[in-house]
Design a protein around this ligand. Structure first.
Ligand code: R5P
Length: 280
């Protein structure tokens, strides 16, 4: 029988996936030893396993390896790994000599006990090539667009690299789209170049793949408010909200923060269970 195994980072998404696919969730114990090491025990046999587990934060990576091992040992001949948020995905090439290609290394470790990988909106689509087993991408953009139908007048990407996402959402909603021009100053700080946008009096949605420190969104919101936007809503596939990200975003004047359940938080107002289930 095919069963879903829920990693501790994704209980709600695993539950939604089990409802969408009409599959049971396997009984599993996941806990930490006093020294922090992870312990995993599957309490039931299975022929096929769908493991839902992130590679963020770091502890989830070890947990995922152990869940893969336990699933094989409990009989799973086919293991599909759903990695809702592919952490380490942004270090996807050598930017400076001597660096590790983290996205590739993590893939090489996961593929050892996996037959198929599914991930959601990775930072760069080519990371799927790092896996020696078939790896597929699902997108949250359609779900995000449906959430904002009839709520916004225009959609913006915070930088040129994210414009395809904004375009796709705009096509579904039936509104215009554009992008801001971002320059990254450091890990936490960005600068938005002056670019005149036709946003006065409008309800604007900014859409990105990841919100980490909130620096990108905070600058984008301030920029749009300065140009007279009436409301600014922000949305992303993966809401990490590191440190004081929420405070920065709110202070900048954001009207609503919406992320999906790839990284579960109180801002996970949209589930990616449907696109994943459709694919599986
Ligand atoms: C970068 O290229 C990504 O698409 C996001 O814009 C970035 O990761 C957001 O990071 P932060 O919230 O720290 O500005």
């Amino acid at each position: 029988m095919k069963k879903i195994i829920a990693g501790s980072s994704s209980p709600s998404l695993a539950k939604n996936l089990s409802l969408e696919m009409n599959l049971p969730i396997a009984n599993v114990t996941i806990k930490r030893f006093p020294d922090g090491e992870c312990y995993v025990r599957l309490h039931e046999k299975m022929e096929e396993a769908i493991i839902v587990g992130n590679t963020y934060p770091d502890e989830s990576i070890i947990e995922l390896f152990l869940l893969q091992d336990a699933a094989r040992k409990m009989g799973a001949e086919k293991i599909s790994i759903v990695i809702p948020y592919y952490g380490y995905g942004r270090q996807d090439k050598i930017f400076e000599e001597g660096e590790a290609v983290s996205a590739e290394k993590i893939a090489k470790l996961i593929e050892q006990d996996a037959d198929m990988i599914i991930t959601v909106d990775p930072h760069k689509e080519y990371i799927t090539k790092f896996f020696a087993v078939p790896a597929h991408i699902c997108s949250a953009v359609e779900e995000i667009a449906h959430y904002f139908i009839n709520k916004v007048d225009t959609i913006l990407a915070p930088d040129k690299g994210a414009v395809e996402r904004a375009k796709k959402a705009a096509e579904i909603i039936g509104c215009p789209f554009d992008y801001l021009e971002k320059k990254r100053l450091s890990g936490e700080e960005v600068e938005m170049k002056t670019k005149e946008m036709d946003v006065a009096g409008m309800k604007v949605l900014i859409i990105d793949d990841i919100i980490s420190t909130g620096g990108t969104m905070a600058e984008a919101i301030k920029n749009l408010k300065r140009q007279g936007a009436r409301n600014v809503f922000i949305s992303c596939s993966h809401g990490l909200f590191v440190g004081n990200a929420i405070e920065r975003i709110r202070k900048a004047g954001c009207d609503e923060i919406v992320s999906t359940d790839t990284v579960e938080s109180i801002y996970s107002k949209i589930s990616v269970a449907k696109p994943i289930a459709n694919f599986l």
